[in-house]
Design a protein around this ligand. Structure first.
Ligand code: GLC
Length: 421
């Protein structure tokens, strides 16, 4: 249900976005990245053997490169994946900027001062969602636009100069969720270009192959594509840590089916968490009719029952969710602490099996929820993550879930304190 609702909402977002007037292009500061010193290699540590399965590469499929080279041999002092995962610490997503069809179309243009503000507030990491697919040729060799690459260079450079770890992802490649086979070669070719461009970056730059795989990119096809992409990246860059997720929207359930190519040791596992969606996404334009009931508080039950809006009430699971939310005691309430604890326990178990550190790469509550509930939920989720040794990145810095009020030019203190006490 959530899947098709989100799928439908994705479509609605596309339509809404397409209908939105495009603001005049904003001049952006562009810097070319000059040689960045590579951080001192970290000492090698014994790593527990992990459960890895060989990812079969379909031989009939065309390879993105004409003359495939063997995967590079691992570096003499490889990065320790547990340390690399912990290093991500506390982070924030620079959402709604580079993953919009064009930066600025969703009202967010990254500014140099944001990086300083984020570092000064005590964050360790920025995750940079990027819609590469909107900036690469549709046909071979699928060249990524040089101006766009320079913009990403600038973002990475600003992050590093402010002492932040930088996670570069692939976000909103909507076409691959529709037709994975048709986009496989292009997806890998884009990653080859990213790896080529950033292979000499310091060790605190991370690559995250894909945000929230879903749709026709089913579990099996995603694991195959991920494996092929990793092998392609490793022919170019055998240094940087990869951030990997399971299918099914990158939730904790997808982690159970995550598999990596044999020999791949340098990865952090990630999942996203927004439960209960009827609380975190209430009133969000892209989530569809089931999610338009406002006034949902966290934790439940509410002081006075919340009546689902007439459209939401027609969706049977939504109707029964509200019935439970309004009447069940805290211990069993669907907007209570227990479902969150259970989900995090399951995620932690899956990560243990995979032998990786978990990075909660997205979590957050939309601005339509009341501030006290957002603070309650955010603090609780952050504490549950930290209690299980997870690093995290809040969704997001300055838009609809925003920690920072860009109009007023100040942090939303309560929300920030829920993350960094
Ligand atoms: C996912 C989506 C992003 C959305 C966020 C919260 O990351 O890709 O666009 O804003 O979740 O719903």
């Amino acid at each position: 249900m959530k899947r098709w609702l989100l799928f439908l909402s994705g479509f609605l977002v596309l339509v809404t976005t397409a209908c939105r007037p495009t603001p005049p292009p904003k001049a952006t500061e562009i810097f070319v990245v000059t040689a960045v010193p590579t951080a001192t290699p970290m000492p090698t540590e014994e790593i527990a053997p992990t459960e890895v399965l060989r990812v079969m590469t379909p031989t009939a499929a065309p390879r993105p490169t004409d003359t495939p080279q063997p995967t590079l041999t691992p570096p003499a002092a490889p990065l320790d994946r547990i340390t690399q995962g912990k290093r991500l610490g506390r982070g924030v997503n620079l959402g709604n900027a580079l993953e919009a069809p064009r930066e600025g179309e969703w009202g967010m243009v990254l500014q140099a001062e944001y990086f300083r503000l984020i570092a000064e507030a005590g964050f360790d990491t920025i995750r940079v969602p990027i819609r590469w697919s909107a900036h690469a040729l549709k046909d071979p060799p699928y060249t990524v636009d040089e101006d766009f690459f320079r913009r990403v260079d600038w973002v990475i450079q600003n992050g590093l100069e402010n002492g932040l770890n930088v996670v570069i992802n692939m976000h909103h490649y909507e076409e691959i969720f529709e037709d994975p086979a048709a986009h496989r070669e292009r997806f890998i070719a884009i990653w080859q270009q990213i790896a080529t461009r950033y292979k000499d970056m310091p060790d605190n730059v991370y690559f995250e192959p894909l945000n929230e795989p879903h749709g026709n990119l089913s579990q099996d096809s995603w694991i195959r594509l991920l494996g092929d992409t990793i092998l392609a990246i490793r022919r170019i860059d055998n240094r940087h840590t990869l951030i990997v997720t399971g299918a099914n929207w990158g939730g904790y359930s997808g982690l159970q089916s995550l598999r990596l190519p044999e020999g791949e040791e340098n990865y952090v596992c990630t999942f996203h968490f927004y439960d209960p969606m009827l609380f975190t996404h209430q009133g969000a334009s892209w989530t569809g009719t089931g999610y338009q009931t406002l006034g949902v508080t966290w934790p439940g039950p509410p002081a006075t029952p919340v009546t689902p809006d007439p459209e939401a009430a027609k969706v049977s699971w939504v109707y029964s969710w509200f019935r439970q939310y309004n009447t069940y005691p805290a211990e069993t309430n669907p907007a209570g602490p227990k479902p969150i604890r259970d989900a995090f326990d399951r995620a932690a178990k899956a990560a243990e099996k995979l032998g990786c550190t978990l990075w909660l790469g997205e979590f957050g509550a939309f601005e339509q929820a009341d501030m006290q509930s957002r603070v309650n939920w955010t603090k609780f989720v952050r504490e549950e993550a930290e209690a299980r040794g997870m690093s995290w990145a809040y969704w997001e810095f300055g838009a609809g879930f925003g920690l920072y009020d860009r109009t007023a030019g100040r942090w939303r203190e309560e929300l920030l304190r829920a993350l960094i006490p």
